[in-house]
Ligand binder design. Structure first.
Ligand code: NAG
Ligand code: NAG
Ligand code: NAG
Ligand code: NAG
Ligand code: NAG
Length: 501
């Protein structure tokens, strides 16, 4: 430790000299666990740089450090904002062809669940398998090929609450790996009731180097689920991805790992236990949605985090995503918007009609909320508890994120406009229109203009820049016309200096 400290101190002083900067961030010195931190010069100032895939300084050897002095200066003068793909030795980019899906299913439910799989599965472009407990007749080529999971009766299962099928489902990754497919970057697992937005899945996975160990997914919405299981676990139904080498390492040890952990509940906590044995933490991507919630998910989907939608799960536990449609119809409707602008789906833009004092929040491709008065962005971005928790509660401590209660006063309730139609236009523009929900509400006595006067809303939106996938920012919106019974909104990248106010 002492040697390392001296070496690091030496590096700091040397880099300070090379940069000619008088200003050093001491956090790089004090934060002793940041082996990834270097100093970095730009505009005659020094920045500490915490950059995952940047070249590593040879901390271990001070002699090689001084001998590589000339390469150091080329290192320190690379621009800070360098995109990840430009890194030396960057991986070939990932496409749909480099992903293999493993879908955990059962013969008993397949007939119903296959409708969800057919919403996103494209037999001509995707590779994957549906893993079943026993064969079902009449298999269609429009689905992934089915496989029967190997017999797991020789594994012990001692959890009193769960089911043995957890063993079978946990082994889906290893069994999929053993199919020996070529050119695989990622193994993506999901349930038969998981809906994937695959273009966004690819964009997000492309941020990571598939040649390293990665376990990527998301937590439950439920704080108590995360307490009972783990905040370091990817919830299986929301889907998760393992990089190829990690799946390879898992395949070698998973059966022993399962033997060591007979008392666990499900398949995903078994996976988590094996990841812990391998020492690989969860890389969280909040676009995966386990959806451990019940009922009306609109409050959550109207305030999606600023990250691409990757998956939706527990489709039978929530109401259809659009009112007055079946669950499958509603997802088909949503798919129209995903096909027009996959990155834009559920992305929230907030703007104001200052004359009428109305606040607009667009969750693109889904719903526009219009509220009386000024609802601040830091309020709009908090999901409203239209849903109940997995344990059927409706309090704010049930969730792993901030929520707000639905307004009781009808004057304060936003009026919702659900997407009716969506079209692709020229130059990356899309057009979508939104019509007012059919709902009886108590009269509001406030004298200010009412959002109820609006009948429909027209939205023209530009696709977000590709950089958005790495550096999240909301798009800005403007009300360009709200004269009669409709409002016309434009959404695009924020202009220089533009803010949401
Ligand atoms: C097989 O599938 C077809 C088309 O989906 C359906 O019409 C038919 O009833 C199915 N037959 C059986 C035996 O399940
Ligand atoms: C699994 O193996 C056990 C014991 O080896 C056997 O009794 C059982 O029938 C097998 N199950 C299936 C579905 O093959
Ligand atoms: C999880 O936590 C909740 C709330 O504390 C509790 O009621 C429930 O029994 C727990 N479930 C499990 C599987 O431990
Ligand atoms: C629900 O949908 C049906 C058929 O699509 C339509 O005829 C009906 O008007 C709709 N009802 C409401 C309340 O929107
Ligand atoms: C939505 O837009 C389409 C095409 O512009 C149009 O045909 C349709 O009438 C619009 N719907 C509403 C409610 O304005």
């Amino acid at each position: 430790m002492v040697n390392l400290g001296i070496v690091r101190l030496g590096i700091l002083l040397l880099v300070t000299l090379v940069c000619g900067c008088g200003y050093v961030m001491f956090s790089a010195l004090l934060g002793s666990s940041h082996f990834d931190s270097y100093l970095h010069c730009r505009d005659r100032r020094c920045f500490p740089l915490y950059y995952k895939s940047a070249l590593r300084l040879p901390f271990h050897s001070s002699s090689s450090f001084s001998s590589s002095h000339s390469s150091l200066s080329s290192l320190v003068f690379t621009p800070l904002q360098r995109p990840l793909e430009d890194d030396a030795g960057s991986p070939a980019s990932t496409s749909l062809a480099n992903i293999v899906f493993g879908i955990a299913a059962s013969a008993r439910l397949w007939d119903k669940r296959k409708e969800y799989v057919s919403l996103w599965w494209r037999a001509d472009a995707m590779r994957g398998f549906v893993w079943l407990d026993q064969p079902v007749g009449n298999w269609s080529d429009s689905f992934p090929a089915f496989k029967i999971s190997a017999n797991t009766s020789h594994f012990r299962y001692t959890n009193r609450r769960g089911r043995r099928s957890a063993l079978r489902i946990s082994r889906v990754v290893s069994e999929t790996f053993r199919m020996g497919l070529s050119n695989v970057h990622w193994f993506v697992m999901g349930d038969d009731d998981t809906f994937f937005a695959t273009e966004n899945l690819i964009k997000v996975l492309s941020k990571y180097d598939h040649r390293q160990f990665y376990y990527i997914g998301a937590n439950s919405e439920s704080h108590f689920q995360n307490l009972n299981f783990s905040y370091n676990m990817a919830y299986g139904g929301g889907g998760f991805a393992l990089s190829y080498p990690l799946a390879e390492a898992l395949e070698k040890m998973q059966d022993d790992c399962l033997h060591r952990n007979p008392s666990l509940y499900g398949s995903d906590d078994r996976m988590h236990a094996c990841m812990a044995e391998l020492g690989v933490p969860l890389t969280k991507e909040p676009g995966f949605h386990q959806f451990d919630i019940c009922g009306d998910a609109s409050g959550l989907l109207a305030a999606h985090p600023v990250t691409p939608l990757i998956s939706l799960h527990h489709l039978d536990a929530i109401y259809p995503v659009f009112p007055n449609m079946s669950r499958v119809q509603a997802l088909e409707h949503l798919n129209k918007a995903i096909q027009v602008d996959h990155g834009g789906i559920f992305q929230q833009s907030i703007c104001y009609d200052k004359l009428k004092k109305l606040s607009f929040s667009v969750s693109w491709g889904y719903v526009v909320q219009v509220a009386r008065g000024i609802v601040l962005p830091q309020e709009f971005e908090v999901p409203t508890r239209t849903f109940t928790s997995w344990h059927r509660k409706n309090d704010e401590v049930s969730y792993a994120f901030n929520t707000r209660s639905a307004a009781k006063d009808s004057c304060k309730q936003p009026v919702l406009f659900y997407m009716q139609d969506v079209f692709s236009g020229a130059d990356g523009l899309s057009t979508s229109n939104y019509t007012k929900e059919v709902r009886k509400r108590a009269n509001c006595q406030w004298t200010m203009p009412s959002p109820d006067a609006l009948h429909w809303i027209h939205v023209v939106k530009a696709k977000a820049r590709n950089t958005w996938y790495k550096a999240p920012r909301r798009q800005c919106c403007n009300i360009v016309d709200s004269e009669h019974h409709y409002a016309h909104i434009e959404i695009g990248s924020c202009r220089e200096g533009e803010i949401i106010a």
